[in-house]
Design a protein around this ligand. Structure first.
Ligand SMILES: C[S@@+](CC[C@H](N)C(=O)[O-])C[C@H]1O[C@@H](n2cnc3c(N)ncnc32)[C@H](O)[C@@H]1O
Length: 218
């Protein structure tokens, strides 16, 4: 608990974390390129970023893109924020919020790409609405994504992956949907740049197959 409080106090002072209590938290919508990054590079967001290793690795790999890691947990965001500072990365920031409110922070079409990395599977029926690929979340992603932007999901969880595919198959507003139940053995592997999140590392080491899908909305 002491450690958590320390981390909360640290991120409260950091410019690379936007969270409740900071002015930008209420004004950033539509302003990521002009006010936050101060460039016109496309913005990729990673939802459920946890400790942010994936966004940090992408930001390092692609300096002419901008990255925003989003998670509700401040102590996890502290880690990503720290990694970004240690590596002197100016093309990445972190947003602490519930993803349910994501359209409060990004304008229509403001996001060029969304990564959803190892979201909690929420296997209980009563939690279906909290799954981050439930239709109410998909509608939000569609709203903030640029019309040519990709939504990309990685998960180890077969139940969540099947659920997501079933939800997607019921929609008529998708294009370029491709998926694999074993990304390391698939040509789609190159789209993931061989970067592993913390959870991916854990599950892959246990021998779980990593599933991946991507799509665009019409
Ligand atoms: C299983 S962890 C995955 C972390 C990271 N993506 C990885 O692969 O290592 C899921 C993350 O999603 C975050 N999360 C779950 N539901 C959320 C929500 N509705 N809004 C924001 N963050 C959420 C949790 O705080 C947690 O950090």
């Amino acid at each position: 608990m002491k450690n958590k409080l320390f981390r909360f106090a640290v991120i409260a002072e950091r410019d690379n974390v936007i969270e409740p209590g900071k002015e930008l938290f209420n004004t950033i919508k539509g302003e990521w390129q002009s006010t936050y990054f101060r460039n016109e590079h496309p913005v990729t967001i990673e939802l459920a970023c946890g400790r942010g290793e994936y966004s940090v690795a992408l930001a390092k790999m692609f300096p002419s893109r901008n990255y925003v890691g989003v998670d509700i947990k401040g102590d996890r965001i502290w880690k990503g924020s720290t990694l970004a500072l240690e590596q002197q990365l100016s093309n990445i920031g972190f947003l602490r919020t519930n993803i349910l409110n994501i359209d409060f922070f990004f304008g229509d079409g403001e996001v060029d790409e969304i990564w959803l990395t190892f979201p909690d599977p929420r296997p209980k029926k009563r939690d279906v609405k909290r799954r981050l690929t439930n239709p109410r979340f998909l509608e939000l992603y569609k709203k903030i994504l640029h019309r040519d932007g990709y939504l990309r999901l990685k998960t180890d969880n077969t139940g969540l992956f099947q659920y997501t595919l079933e939800e997607l198959q019921m929609r008529s507003d998708l294009r370029d949907l491709e998926f694999t139940e074993d990304v390391y053995q698939s040509p789609l592997r190159s789209e993931c740049f061989d970067i592993k999140t913390r959870y991916e590392e854990m599950f892959a080491n246990k021998g779980e197959k990593i599933k991946y899908l991507r799509l665009r909305f019409r």
